[in-house]
Design a protein around this ligand. Structure first.
Ligand code: PRT
Ligand code: ZN
Length: 283
């Protein structure tokens, strides 16, 4: 049976458990245990610290895992990144005290930079030909410049609020990260097939994010206009109504364009518009 490693607590845990739940897999039953059996899919769930997930998958302790791309890159383990999961978005950036008049990367020459991601940072500096001192610290990296431990930091940024609170400004983005599905490169055929099944389920829930199912009544004579308002639709679903001059039109729309399209459709006579949540898109 396939074993998946997920974060036991922390920022990725909730979204990971929700992704599994949307895919019909219940994994939240026994948080306190190291390992449990999921319901809804033949799967062992191994709860680990995120730092340990790349290595657990590389060693085959788990077959697959869900972890931030930043951790995968830092640990340099032999794993395949097989899917981006669309949550846990953040970036790894270099930040300097806001009083610095920053001229570009050359500023880092000879400087001390505090980080919890020394491998990624050393790789970046060596690629750019910058000689800087990389200081590894485990936590609260953002306070290092204020207490005189470093000249700058390299850390995870999401809203940027933490940097501002600590009198720092973001100057260079080194990597963009999000949660990814990783796999041991040497899975046997059966585990590979199970992983494909799991990815198929994840894909359908990820693809449905932000999508709405919209039904409306429309005068039959305006169908061509409706189709031109909804570009990209291969062919909208059209159902007859008891009144021959009217049809029922069904479309899937992203919430970003929902209201704009609905207004245009109303202008050509659409009425009784129903907007429904969409759980899965199975292609
Ligand atoms: O205990 P364990 O080792 O498992 O967890 P952890 O403490 O190492 O990691 P955790 O749970 O904090 O984060 C897990 C993963 O979430 C990270 O490896 C990233 O891939 C992802 N992630 C996404 C983030 C953030 N967003 C984030 N904002 N991880 C950390 N942060 C920190 C950031 O460093 C900053 O200090 O949150 C703070 C707030 O960020 P701002 O910019 O929004 O202020
Ligand atoms: Zn961690």
């Amino acid at each position: 049976m396939l074993t998946i490693a997920i974060q036991n607590k922390g920022r990725l845990n909730e979204d990971t458990v929700a992704l599994l739940a949307d895919a019909g897999i219940s994994a939240s039953a026994s948080h306190r245990k190291l390992i449990s059996d999921a319901k809804g899919f033949p799967l062992h769930v191994l709860y680990l610290r995120d730092d340990d997930i790349p290595q657990a998958v590389a060693m085959g302790v788990a077959d697959i895992g869900i972890v931030g791309l930043n951790e995968v890159m830092e640990k340099e383990c032999d794993v395949d990144i097989i899917m981006k999961l669309g949550f846990g978005a953040c970036r790894l950036s270099l930040a300097v005290p806001k009083s610095v008049d920053y001229p570009g990367l050359s500023w880092f020459e000879g400087k001390r930079v505090a980080t919890s991601y020394p491998v990624i940072l050393r790789n970046f500096f060596s690629e750019k030909g910058i000689q800087a001192f990389v200081h590894e610290i485990a936590g609260s990296v953002e306070v290092a410049p204020a207490v005189g431990m470093a000249d700058a930091i390299f850390d995870i940024v999401s809203s940027g609020g933490t940097l501002i609170q600590n009198g720092l400004k973001e100057e260079e983005t080194v990597i963009q990260s999000e949660a990814v599905l990783i796999a041991n490169p040497a899975l046997d055929a059966e585990k590979r097939a199970d992983t494909e099944k799991l990815m198929f389920r994840f894909r359908s829930t990820i693809d449905s994010k932000g999508m709405k199912y919209v039904l409306m009544n429309l005068p039959k004579a305006r169908l061509d206009e409706a189709v031109s308002i909804l570009p990209g639709m291969k062919s909208p679903t059209v159902m007859p109504l008891a009144d021959n001059d009217w049809i029922s039109l069904h479309v899937v729309l992203h919430e970003d364009v929902l209201w704009e399209k609905i207004e245009l459709l109303k202008n050509i006579g659409a009425s009784d518009i129903l907007v429904l949540a969409l759980e899965n898109v199975i292609r």
